[in-house]
Unconditional design. Structure first.
Length: 90
């Protein structure tokens, strides 16, 4: 297990477990799609890289409550389409 996840410090830094999980997931997708790591890779996995980037303040999570894009991006594809369709009717 990754040592940083054993402590609540990283959770407190992000403002909660959900925000931390969402940020890690989004960054993992970027790294797997070929994004350049913001810290030295060494022999670390993509998950370890994402956590190290958070710890070094290279990435963060900012939620814009006025933006529906953040909400839709957290939903499964079929629910995201329904959410966007519902919002367009308003």
């Amino acid at each position: 297990m990754i040592e940083a996840l054993k402590s609540d410090a990283i959770v407190d830094k992000m403002g909660g477990r959900f925000k931390l999980c969402a940020l890690i997931q989004r960054r993992l997708v970027q790294l797997m799609d070929g994004a350049r790591p913001l810290v030295e890779r060494g022999d670390r996995s993509d998950l370890e890289l994402a956590i190290e980037e958070i710890l070094q303040n290279k990435i963060g999570y900012e939620f814009d409550p006025t933006s529906d894009a953040d909400i839709a991006s957290c939903l499964p594809p079929d629910q995201a389409r329904a959410f966007r369709a519902q919002k367009s009717l308003k």
